[in-house]
Write a protein that binds this ligand. Structure first.
Ligand code: PLP
Length: 397
C-alpha cells in the first residue's frame, strides 16, 4: 500500500481543515457494532426499488443505452420531471432550459450553491438542519448564517427572517428544506406565502430542498417556487420518494438564466448522471406505476409514524409536529436535562437502540433526538419497548 510522500503532508487544501466530517455518520458507525442494536439512525428508505423502476433500468442496459447523454439529463427524463412538477405541484418548467438531472440531491445542492456563491457571501440556513448545506457553503469559502428556529416550532417565520436580514446586512442566499430533515416539520401554503412576501422584497436566491415533498401525511405539499419562481431553485429527486437512494438521481428546476450556470457547474462536476438510473427515474416520475409506488410506501411510513408517535409520547417525549419525511424530532423527558448526546450514547450501549443526538443538527437541536422510522414495524416495536424501559429505569444520566 503506497504511503503519501512525506513532503506532501501539509500541502492538501488548507481550507478543508475547517470542514468537519458529518458526526451523524461517525456516531452511527460507533454504535453499529453493538450486539442486537436496533438502528433508527439512517435517513434512508428501507424499501426495495419498486419493480417498474428496476425493469426500466434493466431494459436500458439491455438496449445498450450506454453513451453520454446531454449534461442536463436525457430528454425523456427531463420531460417526465416537468410532468411530475406540473401534475403534483402545479409548477411549470421548460424541460429544455429549466431542468437539470443531477447525481442525487447532494450534487444538486453542491451545483446550486457553487453557481451562486462567491467567497465571503452569507447564506442563511434555518436550524436544526441537514448538515450538508453548511459544509458545502464552508467548502466554497462562503459564510453560513445559522438561524435557530426552535422557538418558532422549527419553522422560519417571516418575522425571524426579517430580523435576521436586518441584522446580517447583505445576504446572498437562503436554504429552505421542507418537509425537514431532521424535524419532519413542514410549511403549509399560508406559511410559505407569508415567507415569500418577505423574500420577494429582497434579491436573495432561495435553494428550496424539497426532496421529501412526496412524503407528507396530511394536506399537500406546496413548493416555494409557486410564489417565487424568479428567485428559487427547486431541488428534488428520486431518493426518498421512490426508495432509489443508491441510484443517485436528483434534479434542479429554476429560471433558465440561472439554470444555464447551474448546468455548467453540474457538467464540470459529473458530465451527466448514469443512463440506467435515469431510465428508472423516467418510470418513477413519468408513470402511474411510479406514483402508486410512492403512495404505497407513504402509507407504510404513516402507520410507522403514528405508532412511534404514540409510543414515544407515552414514554414522556414531546414531538415536534411530524407531518412529513420519515423522522421524529423528540424532546427528551425533563429528567435528562437536555443531554441528548449522553442520552443517545447510553441508550445505544444499555438499551440497544440507536438514534441521533439532536445537537448534531445545529443550534436549537440540543435536548432532542432524531429518530428515523424508515424501518420495519418489527424493529419499531422493539425500539419502542426498549426506549420505554430505558426511560422508566433512568431518573437521570
Ligand atoms: C434534506 C436532504 N437533502 C438532500 C439529501 C440527499 O439526497 P440524495 O441521496 O438524493 O443525494 C438528503 C438525504 O438524506 C436529505 O435529507
Amino acid at each position: 500500500m503506497p504511503k503519501m510522500k512525506e513532503s506532501l503532508k501539509g500541502q492538501i487544501n488548507r481550507d478543508l481543515t475547517s470542514v468537519a466530517p458529518s458526526n451523524i455518520r461517525t456516531f452511527d458507525a460507533q454504535v453499529s457494532s453493538i450486539d442486537g442494536i436496533v438502528k433508527l439512525t439512517l435517513g434512508e428508505p428501507d424499501f426495495n426499488v419498486p419493480t417498474a423502476m428496476k425493469e426500466a433500468a434493466i431494459q436500458a442496459i439491455e438496449a445498450n443505452d450506454s453513451h453520454y447523454t446531454p449534461s442536463a439529463g436525457t430528454d425523456s427524463l427531463r420531460h417526465a420531471i416537468a410532468h411530475f412538477l406540473a401534475d403534483r405541484y402545479q409548477l411549470n418548467y421548460d424541460p429544455q432550459k429549466e431542468i437539470a438531472v443531477t447525481v442525487g440531491a447532494t450534487e444538486a445542492i453542491f451545483a446550486s450553491l457553487e453557481a451562486i456563491l462567491n467567497p465571503g457571501d452569507k447564506v442563511l440556513i434555518p436550524t436544526p438542519t441537514f448538515p450538508l448545506y453548511e459544509t458545502v457553503v464552508q467548502m466554497l469559502g462562503a459564510q453560513p448564517v445559522l438561524i435557530d428556529t426552535s422557538a418558532t416550532g422549527f419553522v422560519l417565520t417571516p418575522e425571524l427572517l426579517s430580523t435576521t436580514l436586518e441584522k446580517e446586512g447583505p445576504v446572498k442566499a437562503l436554504v429552505l428544506n421542507y418537509p425537514s430533515n431532521p424535524t419532519g416539520v413542514t410549511y403549509d401554503a399560508d406559511q410559505l406565502k407569508a415567507l415569500a412576501a418577505v423574500i420577494d422584497r429582497t434579491s436573495l436566491f432561495v435553494i428550496a430542498d424539497e426532496i421529501y415533498s412526496e412524503l407528507i401525511y396530511s394536506g399537500t405539499h406546496t413548493s416555494l417556487a409557486t410564489y417565487l419562481p424568479e428567485q428559487t431553485l427547486v431541488i428534488n429527486g428520486a431518493s426518498k420518494s421512490h426508495a432509489m437512494t443508491g441510484y443517485r438521481i436528483g434534479f434542479i428546476a429554476g429560471p433558465a438564466e440561472l439554470m444555464k450556470v447551474v448546468t455548467m457547474v453540474h457538467s464540470l462536476l459529473v458530465t451527466s448522471p448514469s443512463n440506467p438510473a435515469m431510465a428508472a427515474a423516467v418510470a418513477a416520475f413519468g408513470t402511474e406505476a411510479g406514483r402508486q409506488a410512492t403512495l404505497t410506501m407513504k402509507k407504510a411510513y404513516q402507520e410507522r409514524r403514528d405508532f412511534m408517535l404514540t409510543a414515544l409520547s407515552a414514554a414522556g417525549f414531546e414531538i415536534a409536529s411530524p407531518n412529513g419525511a420519515f423522522y421524529l424530532f423528540a424532546k427528551l423527558p425533563e429528567q435528562f436535562n437536555n443531554k441528548d448526546e449522553a442520552f443517545a450514547t447510553a441508550l445505544a450501549k444499555e438499551g440497544a437502540v440507536a438514534v441521533i443526538p439532536g445537537s448534531y443538527f445545529g443550534p436549537g437541536g440540543a435536548g432532542y433526538l432524531r429518530l428515523s422510522y424508515a424501518t420495519s414495524m418489527k424493529n419499531l416495536r422493539l425500539a419502542a419497548e426498549r426506549i420505554q424501559s430505558f426511560v422508566a429505569t433512568h431518573d437521570h444520566l
